[in-house]
Ligand binder design. Structure first.
Ligand code: DGT
Ligand code: CA
Ligand code: CA
Length: 570
């Protein structure tokens, strides 16, 4: 069913028509058509096949032609023409209050502005006031609009949202009225950022739960306070919605509000093929209205002929097809992780000793830990002449604790792809992680060459945080991730899923590409304190969203297996 795609096409056409200054009535017609198709219950392809498009109100001849062409070619002549005049990313500018289509066109025609950042810079540098009709006040409004837009965009990093969710859940759980409670939405799917929290409770008496919720000490503002639904703002401007449902519908509600939206739409279409409708209350026979599932999530999927699908996979990236064939992956779990591959100590910029880090690993039931302190040129890196003492300490602590500690390094990759450490030192180490920490503004080819060259060095085992991004803080440096994946496959070097919650690098999609290419992935927490070892759950979540099974992850290996694997590299 291509309805959503057709809607997107019509909306883009309307936006670009307005920017291009075409007849406003024409643009409005496209918008109306988009609304009509969004509300359509049957596949648009059916209507086209049966030549019934004109039965929908608001769809005239020329829009019908565009839809037919779009279904055949995946695009339309009209859209292509518009796009050749005005790049589609200009549409984002329309989301800013005080910026209309005419302004967007002028910004592009005169100043080649295509992004919010460029607009902000132009406004701040005084370039905008030189444009016709742009007084000081208008520029000021635009800057305020940009600020507002950014707040609105503000998605909260997963670890912050998770922390808030866990506190809400443990507070509400105390109430005897709560039969079940579940943080659903993107949080349950472990998406790297969260727009808002969607918490569900199963109960027969919801009022006391709602009352306690809106009065939680962390609540900054109550947006709604009802019997079955309440909404509040928490710290970080995070909105939290709490919904109460009858226990009979809890599974259906959990399924619905876990999403993703794309997954739900695809699931509903599968259900329709079986003559079933599905909503947040249950699964029903279309013909009779009889309820066939809803109490449990397993039941909902089973009614549609599917195995239960882990939330991390629910992004409409092939999981429904896999569930129908009984071919879902056996996703890696926290329990599969047998050791830590990336940890720092006081020897570089960490805050604990080798022994403290090792004990923390033992407490978590691990079989080993790798100590991988930085090399110079980081100011805090361990100097070559000090590595001898560091290695000696590692061997000594390992003996004392009777616990395997690998002597390692996180060595900096220089701009020319060489490693910032004497080879003589590297040869004494058990595990070598290499990473880019400086000179990140290189062009994409040079950066890709820099990292692939390090991978060609037979001493290197793992490339750490391969794209350098920091969530909501720093975009990835320019690098050809597929070039890195190819090189990893060719050399056998592992790529890291850095589990530090501000990094999550590789991200889910890149990790999935690596996994599918047969590349080994290593989940490392980059711990700088003992408690950072617990970041592992974020790395495992990325691996699960990347469809990884235990054999795709280096540190699911036992100590002996890991040593074997490390040898095959050097
Ligand atoms: P977020 O909050 O932006 O990080 O992402 P989600 O996935 O938590 O999305 P949200 O909070 O807008 O909605 C929660 C879930 O509700 C979503 O994952 C699926 C479901 N949902 C929301 N809108 C729709 C819809 O229009 N159709 C369907 N089928 N499901 C929807
Ligand atoms: Ca949400
Ligand atoms: Ca929501």
């Amino acid at each position: 069913m291509k309805n959503a795609e057709v809607v997107a096409m019509l909306e883009e056409t309307a936006d670009l028509m307005e920017i291009a200054g075409e007849n406003p009535f024409k643009a409005r017609a496209y918008r109306k058509a988009a609304e009509a198709i969004a509300a359509l219950k049957e596949p648009i392809e059916e209507l086209v096949r049966a030549k019934r498009l004109n039965t929908i109100e608001g769809i005239g001849e020329s829009i019908a032609r565009d839809i037919t062409e779009f279904l055949q070619r995946g695009t339309t002549t009209r859209l292509e023409q518009l796009r050749s005049k005005y790049p589609p990313q200009l549409r984002t500018l329309l989301e800013i209050q005080g910026v209309g289509p005419r302004t967007v066109a002028m910004l592009y025609d005169r100043l080649k502005i295509t992004t919010v950042d460029e607009l902000e810079e132009a406004a701040k540098s005084g370039k905008l006031t030189k444009l016709p009709g742009m007084g000081e006040q208008k520029v000021k409004n635009i800057l305020e609009g940009i600020q507002l837009w950014r707040q609105h965009q503000g998605r909260v990093p997963l670890y912050i949202a998770l922390d808030i969710a866990e506190r809400i859940v443990s507070a509400l759980k105390e109430l005897p009225e709560v039969e079940q409670i579940l943080p659903a939405g993107s949080l349950r799917r472990w998406k790297e950022t969260v727009g808002d929290l969607d918490i569900l409770v199963a109960t027969r008496n919801s009022q006391p739960i709602m009352d306690k919720f809106v009065n939680l000490p962390e609540v900054q503002k109550v947006l709604a306070h009802g019997t079955t639904k309440s909404s509040v703002l928490m710290a970080n401007n995070l909105q939290v919605d709490l919904r109460a449902v009858e226990p009979e519908s809890f599974g259906a509600a959990a399924q619905y509000f876990t999403g993703s939206k794309a997954h739900n739409i695809a699931l509903r279409n599968l259900a329709l093929k079986r003559g079933l409708t599905i909503n947040e209350y249950g699964v029903f026979k279309e013909a009779t209205g009889e309820k066939v599932a809803g109490e449990t999530e397993e039941g909902v999927y089973e009614a549609v002929g599917l195995l239960w699908i882990p939330p991390e996979l629910r992004e409409d990236r092939g999981e429904l097809e896999a569930a129908a064939k009984g071919a879902l992956p056996r996703l890696v779990t926290l329990e599969d992780i047998r050791g830590e591959t990336h940890a720092h100590t006081k020897w570089s910029d960490g805050f604990a000793t080798v022994e403290e880090m090792a004990r923390a690993a033992m407490e978590r039931g691990y079989e080993y830990i790798a100590i991988t302190d930085h090399s110079p040129p980081m100011g805090w890196g361990v100097k070559p002449e000090d590595f001898k003492r560091l290695i000696r300490e590692i061997r000594m602590v390992s003996d004392k604790l009777g616990f395997p500690i690998l002597a390692g390094i996180e060595v900096d990759i220089a701009p020319d792809g060489s490693l910032h450490m004497d080879e003589e030192v590297l040869r004494q180490l058990d595990i070598i992680i290499a990473a880019v920490h400086s000179a990140m503004r290189m062009d994409i080819n040079a950066m890709t060459r820099r990292i692939t060259k390090a991978m060609e060095n037979p001493l290197v085992h793992i490339i750490s945080h391969p794209t350098g991004r920091l969530i909501n803080q720093r975009p990835p440096y320019e690098v050809d991730i597929y070039g890195l994946i190819d090189k990893a496959r060719e050399t056998g070097v592992a790529l890291e899923i850095n589990a530090s919650p501000e990094r999550l690098d590789l991200n889910d999609e890149n990790a999935r590409a690596a996994k599918e290419a047969g590349v080994m992935l290593s989940i490392g927490t980059d711990a700088h304190r003992p408690e950072h070892l617990d970041f592992i759950r974020f790395g495992v979540a990325v691996a699960r969203r990347a469809w990884c099974e235990p054999q795709n992850i280096l540190n699911t290996k036992s100590y002996a297996e890991l040593i074997e694997w490390l040898k095959t590299r050097s």
